[in-house]
Design a protein around this ligand. Sequence first.
Ligand code: GLU
Length: 486
Amino acid sequence: MSKVRTRFAPSPTGRMHVGNLRTALYAYLIAKHEGGDFMLRIEDTDQERFVDGALEIIYHTLEETGLIHDEGPDKDGGVGPYVQSERNASGLYLQYAKQLIDQGDAYYCFCDKERLDSLKSKVSEDGGTEIVVYDKHCLGLGKEEVEANLAAGKPYVIRFNMPTEGTTTFHDEIYGDISVPNEELDDLILIKSDGYPTYNFANVIDDHLMGITHVVRGNEYLSSAPKYNKIYEAFGWEVPVYVHCPLITDENHKKLSKRCGHSSYEDLIDQGFVKEAVVNYVALLGWCPSDNQEIFSLEELVKAFDYRHMSKSPAVFDIVKLKWMNGEYLKAMDFDRFYGMAEPYIKEVVTKPYDLRKIASLVKTRIEIFPDIREQIDFFEELPEYDTTMYCHKKMKTNEENSLEVLKDVLDILKGQDDFSNDGLFAALKGYVDEKGYKTGFVMWPVRTAVSGKQNTPGGATEIMEILGKEESLARIRKGIELLSK
Ligand code: GLU
């Protein structure tokens, strides 16, 4: 069997949609699983849709996610150029279109917009989709007429001459065999009036010339595959293996779109997700490992990924699951890297000279995404206003009265305490707990409430006091006593 070669063929039209990232990832995994090559090809033949900066996004995202291409515009592998506009500049697509014209498989079409608009749509045999197929009007033009039109500079497109009878069957690895009546196949445009090839034509030419063995793309292209097969057939070229990826939907089972606010890789990174978690999660949108493993590094994905285990049912993008997964990545992350990423979020809410690394270590195992940090540590800057009912905890058997007593004792103890490290503080409070025969929580609950003013905090009373320091901790305990004495 020849070496597996896959490609990611984005159009530079903006942010990297989650669906595109998944296509790139699956194409990468299929190639790497088999020790093959992964190629990047830029499909920029639709000049109107070109967005400035989109190319940079493509390069940046692939690099950041580790989907490193073996060949591409910046890495020549001998089948370039890898940018379609550059390929077009050499007349490559036109040359192949002309070959099809010579064979009788394609023809010039001079129909103007008005005429095309007037073509009636007809309903497909099964009564379902409404399709408009070109009526082959220009196929009937004589050679002289065509030449006269061309000489007169009349705008034209080049169309493929699809058969009108019989059916075309093609095989997709995920969706199985699909048959389409040929009368539904439009005479698709190969070369547009601006001289550029259509995506439909260019992808076939390029996939063949670049030796692509497996074509991985979104299922929105599934209905076009039979038309591409006709083009392969007309040239006598081998059809690649097709792997169409299932639709990705939002929680409401609608196609994942910009509206949901997390449809692109950049959106997710901006929202505080880490790249490894995004890649891991995206891998599971349409593919299921044979065991129940959920956390995968890219290397592990390369080993485990088998496109035969992909699913054709739509994959729901579940942001809650992604958050959970992100949290798992944060827990496992090397502390210095975590701190580097967490610091800006911490600094948003903490401006006082506390030990920010200690704050970061408190939240590391307790957040799912970085923005969660804000709400978790906002009490460091300023003790929030709180209700004294917060001192009442059924299980700890604390109430406002006994909490007042505990806080008074603790204040006395801590006044004489110089070691404000977590261990030192814990030892001091534990000594008091033991002396009184209390349960640890009976003391820690009121102290933590007093120093944080919050029901839930990352870290316990002594960890928080270590960061606040003696002066601020005592001030907060005094404040608690004041509130409880009212
Ligand atoms: N340029 C197409 C896109 O961005 C690529 C489709 C394909 O992979 O063939 O969607």
